[in-house]
Design a protein around this ligand. Structure first.
Ligand code: HEM
Length: 496
């Protein structure tokens, strides 16, 4: 069929009157749909996959032709990867696989009463010919899943956690569906990584901002590079415009900001210059809030999650106890996962707290003394004058043996009710405290815990020979980021 379609369009594809772009569009709209029609239900052997690839390369070669070598002057065929780059489409087999996986989700939810389910996944009855059974659709799905790492294997925890954090920020703050696990070269990802890449220059700018904010303003030092801020501002505006034009509503942070903007606009005249700035809420404000979500939430969540994975891999007893709790509670709630179920998991809460104690992502917090204060301690009396900048060393408090005996040991029992009640207040501050406490703590904890439950329902996490024994912080980063690569092994639970 595909060949028939191709030969009927061959004259067009080789015509010198049409541009290459137009030819690519003809291929994508006329020939490709014929090849891909119903491909999600097809079972392909390696040979068949190869034939489809050859077919696609043949069509693309017809469109782009040969290229003259600049040095030798000889005509050369274009390389396959070059062909795909020119028509900016992924390999056709990747396309088929991704459609098949998407369709697998529907089939899994269909149930045995549906014909599609019975044909694709149901048990075979009757006699079959001698010899090795043909590969079934189900086998193809399993192979594809294994290829994308569903079956476990060695993984770098920081990379995994960053991908997850990226996806969740993209969805919640920008209303974008962004699959960073598959789309490793997207613009969104490049800007995310660029922003948090610790450099000496950023380290100096951040230090100045903390120590001498006025001086840093004077020198125009920026923590967020203007290119990155512009990109995220642009993304928010695009999402907002798209939602407003198409009347789309979603249950996310961006929607909430749009509602705030609408209700403020109803109360105050935004175009009136007499209205003070704090009574206005413009598109710029929406973009700024979305950017805050990203700047405060992306790296902190990613680091917390990666360190938690690392600690679980290194502490098998804790992991086994946690898996038992997760299995028990999830069964009790009929295999549903929501915030109430997560709240029910006491040990999970203790484990997450202990991980945030050992490596608080924000290692210190700052305050400005607003009135004269006298501090009476065992070590002596101290007067703090109004206007004094203060640094509260969170990480040092968390590692103080006075409050947390044997601080280098990962022991979630420190956070059981009786032990926690004995500790003085404000000795455990992963999210800060008081009126300026972290606004995203509930979101962060929900994300980390949900992710852990989903992972532990399917995998054991193990140390491997590349797992570092200890971790050290990158000195130029203000968020605790481990220098080492946190390699860990995921083992599918039903395999044991
Ligand atoms: C595990 C993840 C996170 C950790 C460990 C963390 C930690 C912190 C800490 C220590 C502070 C300073 C609090 C203080 O000075 O008392 C803070 C502030 C803040 N965090 Fe987080 N955070 C996390 C995730 C998030 C997320 C996901 C968001 C956004 C959705 C967020 C939004 C904020 C904001 C807006 C502030 C400033 C609050 C203010 O100054 O009034 N954080 N965070």
């Amino acid at each position: 069929m595909a060949n028939a379609c191709y030969y009927s369009d061959e004259n067009l594809l080789s015509s010198s009157l049409l541009s290459k772009n137009l030819k690519v569009r003809i291929y994508k709209t006329v020939t490709l749909p014929v090849v891909l029609y119903g491909c999600e239900t097809r079972t392909l052997t390696l040979r068949e996959e190869q034939r489809i690839r050859v077919f696609e390369n043949k069509v693309l070669r017809k469109i782009f032709g040969a290229k003259r070598d600049e040095v030798t002057g000889e005509w050369r065929k274009l390389h396959n990867t070059k062909l795909h780059a020119l028509c900016s489409s992924p390999d056709i087999i990747r396309n088929i696989k991704s459609r098949r996986l998407r369709w697998a989700g529907h089939v899994a939810r269909m149930g045995e009463s549906r014909n599609a389910y019975r044909v694709l996944v149901g048990r075979l009855e009757g006699k079959r010919p001698l010899g090795r059974p043909r590969r079934r659709w189900e086998d193809n799905i399993k192979m594809d899943l294994r290829a994308v790492g569903y079956d476990g294997g060695l993984r770098e925890a920081t990379e995994l956690a960053k991908n997850l954090s990226e996806d969740s920020v993209a969805t919640c703050a920008y209303g974008m569906r962004h699959n960073s696990f598959q789309n490793s070269r997207s613009e969104f990802r490049v800007y995310c990584r660029n922003f948090f890449q610790p450099t000496i220059r950023k380290g100096i700018a951040q230090s100045f901002l903390f120590i001498a904010p006025r001086l840093s303003n004077f020198f125009g030092l920026r923590i967020i590079p203007s290119k990155v801020a512009d990109f995220f501002r642009q993304k928010t505006k695009e999402s907002m415009a798209y939602r407003q034009q198409n009347n789309i509503r979603r249950n996310d942070y961006l929607q909430y900001l749009l509602q705030v903007k609408k209700s403020i606009a109803a109360e105050n005249d935004l175009n009136n210059t007499a209205t003070p700035w704090y009574k206005k809420f413009t598109d710029e404000d929406v973009a700024a809030h979305a950017l805050t979500f990203f700047t405060e939430g992306y790296e902190t969540c990613a680091v917390s999650l990666s360190m938690l994975l690392y600690y679980l891999a290194c502490n098998r007893d804790v992991q086994i106890k946690l898996i038992q709790e997760v299995d028990f509670i999830i069964k009790k709630h009929n295999y549903r996962l929501n915030l109430d179920v997560i709240e029910d998991m006491q040990y999970l809460d203790m484990v997450v707290k202990e991980s945030l104690r050992m490596n608080a992502p924000v290692p210190f917090i700052t305050r400005l003394c607003t009135k004269r204060f006298e501090l009476h301690t065992n070590g002596g009396d101290l007067t703090i004058q109004k206007g004094t900048p203060m640094v509260i060393p969170v990480l040092a408090l968390h590692n103080d043996p006075k409050f947390f005996p044997h601080p280098k040991t990962f022991d979630p029992e420190r956070f059981n009710k009786s032990s926690a009640a004995q500790r003085p207040r404000c000795t455990y501050l992963p999210f800060g405290a008081g009126p300026r406490t972290c606004l995203g703590s509930r979101y962060a904890l929900a994300l980390i815990k949900c992710c852990m439950v989903l992972v532990l329902l399917q995998y054991y996490i193990k140390k491997c020979r590349y797992t570092p024994r200890t971790t050290t912080a990158v000195p130029t980063s203000f968020i605790y980021t481990p220098k080492e690569k946190l390699w860990i092994e995921f083992v599918k639970r039903d395999k044991k």
